[in-house]
Design a protein around this ligand. Structure first.
Ligand code: C2E
Ligand code: MG
Ligand code: MG
Ligand code: MG
Length: 284
C-alpha cells in the first residue's frame, strides 16, 4: 500500500510538468515580442588587468526586462532562444549593439560578446562579423568573442576552420567557462584561443578548497606555458583577488571589480565617455 501511494504521488507531478512546458512555451513566444518591443537591453561588466588594475574592456551581457516578471535571467531565456531558433536574431542584435556602442567608447576599450552554438554553426558568421564591424566602424582588434567548449562542433576540423576565419578578420576569441567542459586540454591544444576565462566555480572556492586552489594554480601555469592570458571570472572578494594576483593571474572580472550595469551608469561613473552620441539601441 505504501508503494502504491508513492506511485500515486509520482503521478501527481504530471500536470505540473505540463504546466512547466506550457510556461516555457509562453516565455519563448514572449521573448519574440521582447526583441521587437524593446524589452531587451545590454549590461556591461568591466574586465580588469590584475597587476596594473587597468581596465581592459567590458563584457556585453544580454538583459530581458519583462513587463510583468521583471528581469528574466539569461540562463532561463538563452536556452529557450536556442531551442526555437530565435538565438540567431538575438545574437545578431547583441553583436550589432555592443559593437556600435563600443565604437564610441573613449578610451577605446575592448568589448567581449558571447557567442551561442547556433550562431557558431551558421556558415555566414564570419561575413556577419565583418559586416557588423564595417557598419559600426569598430576596429576588429577591439572585438573579442567568447565561446564555451559546448559551442564547438564535434567536428573539430570544421570548428577550427570557423575559428581561423574569424581570427583572420582580426577579432580575438576567448574560451569561456574554462574547466566546466569535458575535454578542456584537448580543446586548448587544438584551437587558437587568445584568452582563457577560468570559470567562477573555481574562483568561488579558491580560498576554502585546497583542490580548487590547486586547479587554479595548474590552469594559470598552463596559460603561462601556452602563452595564453587567463582571466578569472566571478571575483567577489578581496581575498580571492589577492590570491589570484599572487598566483600570477592576468585579468579579473567579478562583482568586486564591477557588477554588470547599463552603459549609461558606467558613463555616469566616469569610467567611460562617449566620443559620439551612439546612445540609442538599434532595434530590428
Ligand atoms: P558568462 O558569459 O560566463 O557570463 C558571466 C556571468 O557571471 C554573468 O551572468 C555575470 O553577470 C555573472 N557574474 C559576473 N561577476 C560575478 C560574480 O562576481 N559573482 C557571480 N556569482 N556571478 C558573476 P549573466 O549575465 O546572468 O549571464 C549568464 C550567462 O548567459 C553568460 O555566462 C552567458 O553564457 C549567457 N549570456 C549572457 N548574455 C549573452 C548573450 O548576449 N549571448 C549569449 N549567447 N549568451 C549570453
Ligand atoms: Mg561570457
Ligand atoms: Mg563565463
Ligand atoms: Mg557561464
Amino acid at each position: 500500500r505504501a508503494k502504491s501511494d508513492m506511485l500515486k504521488n509520482v503521478c501527481f507531478y504530471e500536470p505540473s510538468m505540463d504546466e512547466a512546458i506550457r510556461a516555457r512555451r509562453t516565455l519563448a513566444s514572449e521573448l519574440r515580442e521582447a526583441l521587437e518591443s524593446g524589452q531587451l537591453d545590454i549590461h556591461y561588466q568591466v574586465q580588469t588587468a590584475v597587476e596594473s588594475r587597468e581596465i581592459r574592456g567590458y563584457e556585453a551581457l544580454l538583459r530581458w526586462l519583462h513587463p510583468r516578471r521583471g528581469y528574466v535571467p539569461p540562463v532561463e531565456f538563452i536556452p529557450l532562444a536556442e531551442e526555437n531558433g530565435l538565438i540567431l536574431q538575438l545574437g545578431e542584435w547583441v553583436l550589432r549593439n555592443a559593437c556600435s556602442r563600443a565604437a564610441s567608447w573613449d578610451p577605446p576599450y575592448k568589448v567581449a560578446v558571447n557567442l551561442s552554438r547556433a550562431q557558431f554553426a551558421h556558415a555566414d558568421l564570419p561575413t556577419l562579423i565583418q559586416e557588423v564591424l564595417a557598419d559600426t566602424g569598430l576596429p576588429p582588434e577591439r572585438l573579442e568573442l567568447e565561446l564555451t567548449e559546448s559551442t564547438l562542433f564535434a567536428d573539430r576540423e570544421r570548428s577550427l576552420h570557423m575559428l581561423r576565419e574569424i581570427k583572420a578578420l582580426g577579432v580575438s576569441i576567448a574560451l569561456d567557462d574554462f574547466g566546466t567542459g569535458y575535454s578542456s586540454l584537448e580543446t586548448l591544444r587544438t584551437f587558437p584561443f587568445d584568452k582563457i576565462k577560468l570559470d567562477c566555480s573555481f574562483v568561488s572556492e579558491v580560498e576554502s578548497s585546497p583542490q580548487a586552489r590547486a586547479i587554479v594554480r595548474a590552469v594559470l601555469a598552463l596559460g603561462k606555458s601556452l602563452d595564453i592570458p587567463v582571466l578569472a571570472e566571478g571575483i567577489e572578494t578581496q581575498g580571492q583577488l589577492s590570491l589570484l594576483r599572487n598566483e600570477g593571474c592576468d585579468e579579473a572580472q567579478g562583482y568586486l571589480l564591477g557588477r554588470p550595469a547599463p552603459l549609461r551608469q558606467i558613463v555616469d561613473s566616469g569610467q567611460l565617455s562617449l566620443a559620439t552620441a551612439a546612445d540609442k539601441l538599434v532595434h530590428p
